[in-house]
Design a protein around this ligand. Structure first.
Ligand SMILES: NC(=O)c1ccc[n+]([C@@H]2O[C@H](COP(=O)([O-])OP(=O)(O)OC[C@H]3O[C@@H](n4cnc5c(N)ncnc54)[C@H](O)[C@@H]3O)[C@@H](O)[C@H]2O)c1
Length: 358
């Protein structure tokens, strides 16, 4: 199936015997050129494992620098120029071997080169396996504002092999776990409680992780299948992300980086407080969830200056409507209100202050 922006076509997710499914896909498509996009780390740590499963695959490597600060139009230009140099065309394939940065920029470049070539995601971080590689959203940052430019372009397939996580630094596992937490809160009490077993840090438990990843990925697929183009339901996945993106953008602009996952974890906590202030979420539930989150993700240190810059960033969020800032807010586990809008910056500021001071 061609990489496509068609509304009702959802990509396959290969989790059982993924490499056989991958081989069958390649055989059936007979691509005119295969490009493997990776960053400098995934070339080093993940390409050998990938090629061990795809022996003999003739490909052009495309290597970009690692890190969110390179998810921009300069890197996109480099990718497009190399696709052009090596004569990629609409019948070629781009394999994105990496974390969310690689699949976001790779999906964007593939969707726009010759007006669209197939893309196949092989996520190598926890965050990408559970979230970023799935569902066809892509993009690059512009002027340090997250994902300002992008498309929705369904990959031809997503291959999940938790074996890639063996080389992923612990900090990245920890950060990626935040998107799983988000999925669990949206999905409901059962999934959330399974994550909360006392005394454990699930992202360190290699025996348990594949099950958690499969559950989180299946959850996201259920949402995306019902609303591929984010007309309604899919917006629940933005839980924690209005504040999370503002935090990430703020630190990016200051030349410091906070991982996407950590920013989302803080974003969920602040938005939970906001949800209480707006009368949506019960205070006790908020306290319980935020206490668990604070155990997993100690608070980000935010000064007064940070605070005003973060509020300014939020006013520029592309999800704003008529100057009103839009949130997806938790009412209870398994129950999220989308399109909660407010222009009350004092209330948002108060929520951030409660997070900082509580
Ligand atoms: N499109 C979506 O739906 C969606 C959803 C959530 C997040 N995102 C995006 O995803 C990005 C974050 O993704 P991420 O956390 O995967 O970051 P990332 O892609 O930057 O990867 C994190 C780091 O780990 C390294 N790495 C990756 N795999 C490795 C491995 N197996 N072994 C060793 N090192 C490895 C990378 O080189 C990088 O340094 C953000 O840009 C965010 O906006 C997109």
């Amino acid at each position: 199936m061609k990489g496509t922006s068609m509304e009702h076509w959802i990509h396959p997710l290969w989790t059982d015997d993924p490499w056989s499914q991958f081989a069958r896909h390649l055989e059936s498509k007979a691509y005119d050129g295969v490009f493997i996009l990776m960053d400098e780390n995934t070339r080093r740590y993940c390409l050998p494992l990938f090629l061990a499963h795809a022996a003999g695959l003739v490909h052009h490597p495309l290597v970009i620098p690692a890190g969110e600060q390179h998810k921009n139009l300069d890197t996109a230009r480099y990718i497009w120029e190399n696709l052009s140099r090596y004569q990629a065309n609409r019948r070629s394939l781009m394999i994105c071997l990496g974390g969310g940065v690689v699949s976001d920029i790779g999906g964007f470049c593939a969707s726009t080169f010759h007006r669209g070539m197939d893309v196949l995601n092989v996520p190598t971080t926890l965050l990408a396996m559970a979230d970023a590689a799935l569902g066809g959203k892509n993009g690059v940052d512009l002027d340090s504002i997250k994902n300002q430019v992008g498309t929705t372009w369904m990959p031809a397939g997503v291959l999940i092999d938790p074996g890639f996580l063996g080389t992923l630094p612990l900090t990245e596992l920890h950060a990626g776990f935040a998107e799983i937490v988000k999925h669990a809160l949206i999905d409901g009490e059962d999934f959330w409680q399974r994550l909360c077993s006392p005394g454990t840090s699930p992202w360190t438990e290699s025996a348990r992780l594949p099950v958690i990843i499969a559950e989180a990925a299946a959850f996201k697929m259920r949402i995306v299948t019902q609303d591929p183009s984010e007309k309604g339901l899919r917006k629940v996945l933005n839980l924690g992300h209005t504040i999370g993106h503002a935090l990430e953008t703020h630190f990016l602009q200051r030349g410091e980086s906070v991982s996407h996952g950590w920013a989302v974890a803080a974003g969920i906590q602040i938005e939970n407080i906001l949800s209480v202030l707006l009368g949506l979420l019960n205070e006790q539930t908020c306290r319980e969830i935020n206490a668990q989150l604070a155990l997993w993700y100690p608070k980000l240190l935010l000064s007064e200056v940070d605070l005003s810059e973060i509020l300014a960033t939020m006013r520029a969020d592309k999800k704003n409507r008529n100057g009103r800032i839009s949130f997806s807010l938790l009412r209870s586990q398994g129950n999220v209100d989308t399109d909660c809008q407010t222009d009350n910056m004092d209330l948002i500021k108060k929520a951030i202050l409660v997070y900082v001071e509580d």
